[in-house]
Write a protein of this length. Sequence first.
Length: 130
Amino acid sequence: MTTVRGALYDLLVDGVATVKGELWEPSAAGPEMIKPCLILREGPQTDTEKFADITMDFEVWPYVKRTTFQAVDNLAKEVNKVIDKKRFDVDGKPFYIEFVGSTEDIVDEEWDALTRGLSFSYILFILACS
């Protein structure tokens, strides 16, 4: 059984060539990560009765060596190109992903890196017929 997290992981690993497969969950990430890399963090799930059965949030944190924020900008653009406004299926269920905003630029002193959080929402569409 595929999970949404697994599907997003595959999309990012396959589509963001700059990171060469370096995609981590927060629990496994740390200062020793090879940079550039991405950290994928799933957020809360909300049941809704509007346009979708389920709405979920997640964040992608592009990390680069501590050089210039232009490198963060370029990696963020690559992430957005791969997953913003995209549709994907998980076990035959249709999901849609959309970029909703980002944090400010961050200098991570401990990890000697630069980053910015990219926030996305993805929804599971209602497939009921009336």
